[in-house]
Design a protein around this ligand. Structure first.
Ligand SMILES: *[C@@H]1O[C@H](CO)[C@@H](O)[C@H](O)[C@H]1NC(C)=O
Ligand SMILES: *[C@@H]1O[C@H](CO)[C@@H](O)[C@H](O)[C@H]1NC(C)=O
Ligand SMILES: *[C@@H]1O[C@H](CO)[C@@H](O)[C@H](O)[C@H]1NC(C)=O
Length: 254
């Protein structure tokens, strides 16, 4: 009788566990963690942006303007093929929400495309080079136009025309592909002759105190490779859960 109950309990636990695992983990993530291969892993930018968090608006614009293809083909171009890699500056959804929607919907298809091209550099920049880029005060060329990089108290900023964006986190950075999150949409003067209306950053930002606003932002000092780390820690948690459930089940059986 006791044994029967134990078997039933463990069967239920197994069922719950497998259902939990199925619903929690997207199949893509399983594919993304293969045995370590010698060749650099192919990075699918659209997949990365859709899995990584609040970049849906940016991804929609990239898809709509076809700029995602330009970025992806640059990301595909390995160093052996003479490629320099890519650094994407991805404004978070809140950054797009803050820009007067008319300012964006007013843009011609060509200008919208240029605006998207302005959000990536045709070169891989690891986080470690940003302070030197800021110190050199040479503009950084993007696929369209250029930006200035700033570095105040170790906080990296990207300045373009009307926008002074902060680099809030490293989404992914493994040569030849880097993706960094911005708290602002870049607003180059080449596209916006006059300043569009932009709402203040909604989060607890102590208004326009330069260099201060980002102090509280999490992940600002994120290391290169943050993308890989976070997915492996997710897998680690799964294993831990599995381990403790197996322990519980065997405890019931004993
Ligand atoms: C990038 O490479 C992947 C995998 O090799 C391929 O499926 C995709 O079509 C390529 N995309 C572009 C835009 O070159
Ligand atoms: C949108 O375009 C119209 C017509 O060109 C112009 O009058 C208006 O100021 C523009 N609005 C914004 C927010 O740029
Ligand atoms: C970068 O800085 C230079 C010098 O201060 C300035 O002239 C230029 O307009 C800035 N570029 C951008 C994109 O803001």
């Amino acid at each position: 009788m006791e044994l029967k109950r134990a078997v039933l309990v463990s069967a239920l636990l197994c069922l719950a566990l497998s259902r939990g695992a199925l619903s929690q983990r997207a199949p893509i993530i399983t594919i993304e963690t293969p045995a370590p291969a010698p060749a650099p892993r192919h990075v699918d930018l659209a997949e990365l942006l859709s899995l990584a968090g609040p970049y849906g608006t940016f991804l929609d614009y990239l898809t709509k303007t076809d700029v995602i293809k330009t970025f992806q083909s640059q990301a595909n171009d390995t160093e052996e093929q003479g490629g320099h890699g890519i650094t994407v500056f991805a404004p978070q959804d809140s950054a797009f929400a803050a820009v007067d929607s008319a300012a964006l919907s007013n843009l011609t298809a060509d200008r919208l495309r240029s605006l998207m091209l302005h959000h990536a550099a045709p070169k891989y920049y690891p986080l470690s080079v940003f302070s030197a880029l800021a110190a050199s005060s040479t503009p950084v060329s993007m696929f369209a136009y250029s930006v200035n990089v700033t570095d105040k108290a170790g906080k990296t900023g990207v300045v373009s025309g009307w926008a002074a964006a902060k680099l809030v986190s490293s989404v992914y950075s493994t040569r030849p592909v880097a993706v960094y999150a911005l708290d602002r949409v870049l607003l180059p003067k080449e596209i916006f002759p006059t300043a569009p209306e932009v709402a203040p950053v909604p989060v607890p930002a102590p208004a326009p105190v330069p260099g201060k606003a980002m102090d509280a932002a999490p992940g600002a000092g994120a290391k290169d490779n943050a993308g890989g780390k976070s997915s492996s820690s997710r897998v680690g948690t799964g294993r831990l859960l599995l381990g403790s459930l197996v322990l519980m089940v065997s405890g019931v059986l004993v």
